[in-house]
Ligand binder design. Structure first.
Ligand SMILES: Cc1ncc(COP(=O)(O)O)c(C=O)c1O
Length: 581
């Protein structure tokens, strides 16, 4: 038994009473006899006396009062053993943090190897989850243990994620701030994240994951990389927004234009959606034409003109892909299958003089990863040039991902306008669009195309982005390539051993395993995947501690924080998961 219901109640009550400070204590046992020793957290006084030796914010750590340690020592002398060591987390989840680990270890070994560490979380003064952890000598780490399965705490509260999900659903549409997070593509309820570090994520229930979601692409260095966190903190200390130009914005613009020679001028915005929306406005403004061409299954954010899908049959015009997009506006966007150059040429033959731009993800990431076939990007370049239309590469995912200079560097094709986002914000909200001096000269205040933003070029976001870009060099991409190739190999092997038809598409560190047995070259072929099977795979991987995108039609992102060991562990988990489907 880990905790009796009474003990659990006492621990939770203490945590609430001592909020906003961390509470702490132990339970000692001698045979069937148990005593709960409520301890005093001496962190405040120690910090006040010696802030160098005890530098942490008093609220974010606990330090058992030495007088309590003496009491515990006396009980041990009387034959009691420390069974449980507990403390609370204030406004954070019930996970076992790095600080907790450091406190629990003496020279790399646990001070109390047989004890269970119980962490309660208190959010805003309200009790939340309780989680338990024990030392695993096999893994040389603390691992979560199930309070209920261990026989105690039979009335343990529901998991934190479950409680948060219920609260979220009451106040947010679908419980989320972006639809795919709601797990509709795979079923089940999402977990809530407590924190991330390197290649790992921890949920508020204390479960640990090797993360391949990577915040949908930005985290090429992994979670909370020290230089990025430091850059954000340093920038924040100087102020979070001014609404006036800052030196770092200039540095960022210089870094982007140097890495992307097709961008002579660049404008920073706050999201990929804004970047794409603004780029098409520039294209329409510069050409004086209204029509756009986009590809089925490519996503460019949620601006009205881009939230369209192919009309049925041989219809030329698209139809809205969302309520609220007026049909006449959707009708200004023409669609073609990805990789189908002939379809694009046909559109230009029919309406070439009205087409302002072709917008494309040069490596598609939003139907799952689909590489451009040889000649496709070159063909788009030639056709748009021939008809005086603007070629827009949406490199929101591929920028600094498939090469430092993005897909345009990797495939040697220069667009007229480029959209960037994700990696250039280092995990904070940033987007950018840019192109030739002539085209970007259309943008206000130089020209008549209006586009603006209160938080554009935000100092924190730019600092995070620059700190990220500074960590990337040629060797970064060699490392990403090697790790990702290894993952691809592991997936293929696992699939063939498990007898599961799987098509793995990969470009650099972006990869999708489609549950189908034919090549995936466009949205129609991607849609032939067995999405139910993907859902089972997703959950099987999650149970094994691997976090993937909750949809078949997304990419897995390998980061520089993923070690060879992480890849090997993931490949093993994939082999087991595939065999279990
Ligand atoms: C290729 C592409 N363009 C644009 C966007 C929109 O970016 P954001 O979500 O930052 O608005 C996305 C988002 O995933 C994307 O993948």
């Amino acid at each position: 038994m880990i905790l009796s219901p009474d003990e659990l109640e006492a621990i939770r009550r203490q945590a609430i009473e001592e909020y906003p400070h961390e509470s702490c204590g132990v339970i000692v046992a001698r045979g069937a006899e148990r005593r709960l020793v409520r301890c005093r957290n001496a962190q405040n006084e120690l910090h006040a006396k010696d802030s160098v030796r005890h530098p942490r914010d008093a609220r974010t750590a606990y330090y058992i009062d030495p007088a309590d340690l003496l009491r515990i020592g006396r009980l041990e002398a009387e034959g009691f053993a420390v069974a449980v060591i507990y403390h609370s987390h204030v406004d954070a989840g019930a996970y076992f943090s790095e600080t907790d680990k450091r406190q629990a270890l003496l020279g790399g070994e646990p001070a109390y190897p047989a004890a269970t560490y119980v962490v309660t979380s208190v959010l805003g003064g309200r009790p939340e989850a309780v989680a338990a952890f024990r030392w695993s000598s096999e893994r040389s780490d603390f691992v979560p243990v199930d309070l209920e399965a261990a026989g105690g705490a039979t009335e343990a509260p529901p998991r934190d994620s479950k409680r948060l999900w219920d609260r979220a659903a009451a106040v947010m549409p679908g419980g989320v701030n972006s639809p795919v997070r709601a797990f509709r593509g795979v079923g089940g309820e999402p977990f809530f994240v407590a924190r991330g570090a390197g290649a790992r994520l921890w949920d508020v229930d204390g479960r640990e994951y090797i993360d391949f979601l990577g915040s949908w692409g930005p985290l090429i260095l992994g979670h909370a990389p020290a230089p990025v966190v430091a850059a954000i903190a340093e920038a924040a200390a100087r102020g979070t927004s001014y609404g006036a130009p800052t030196p770092l914005e200039v540095e960022m613009a210089e870094a982007l234009t140097a890495a992307y020679p097709s961008m002579e001028l660049v404008r920073l915005v706050s999201s990929g959606t804004e970047a794409a929306m603004s780029a098409i406005r520039v294209a329409r403004g510069a050409t004086g034409r209204a029509l756009l061409v986009k590809f089925d299954g490519c996503y460019h954010g949620h601006a009205d003109s881009l939230l369209v899908k192919a009309g049925s049959g041989g219809a030329t015009f698209s139809i809205p892909d969302s309520a609220g997009v007026p049909a006449p506006l959707a009708g200004l966007t023409l669609t073609a299958p990805f990789n189908d150059l002939e379809a694009v040429r046909a559109l230009f033959r029919a309406r070439g003089s009205e087409i302002a731009a072709v917008i494309v993800e040069p490596v598609a990431g939003n139907m799952g990863v689909v590489p451009p076939q040889p000649g496709f990007l070159e063909g788009l370049r030639a056709t748009t040039r021939e008809h005086g239309a603007v070629l827009i590469f949406d490199e929101v995912i591929t920028g600094f991902r498939v090469a430092y200079g993005g897909a345009q560097e990797r495939y040697g094709v220069s667009p007229d306008l480029t959209c960037l986002g994700k990696i250039i914000g280092g995990g904070l909200p940033v987007g950018a669009y840019g192109g030739s001096r002539a085209l970007m000269g259309q943008v206000a205040p130089l020209g008549p195309v209006y586009q603006a933003g209160t938080l554009s070029g935000n100092p924190l976001a730019v600092a995070a982005g620059l700190a990220t870009l500074r960590r990337l060099d040629r060797s970064s991409y060699a490392t990403l390539e090697a790790r990702s190739a290894e993952l691809e190999r592991g997936l293929r092997l696992g699939a063939s051993r498990g007898g599961v038809p799987l098509t793995v598409n990969r470009v650099g560190s972006m990869l999708t395993a489609f549950f189908c047995d034919a090549p995936v070259t466009d949205y129609a072929s991607a849609k032939r995947s067995d999405t139910k099977r993907y859902a089972r795979y997703f959950h099987a991987m999650r149970e094994r501690g691997v976090c993937l995108a909750p949809s078949q039609f997304e990419a897995a992102f390998v980061s520089l924080a993923h070690t060879e060991q992480d890849i090997a562990t993931t490949a093993r988990a994939a082999a087991e998961s595939l065999a279990s489907l």
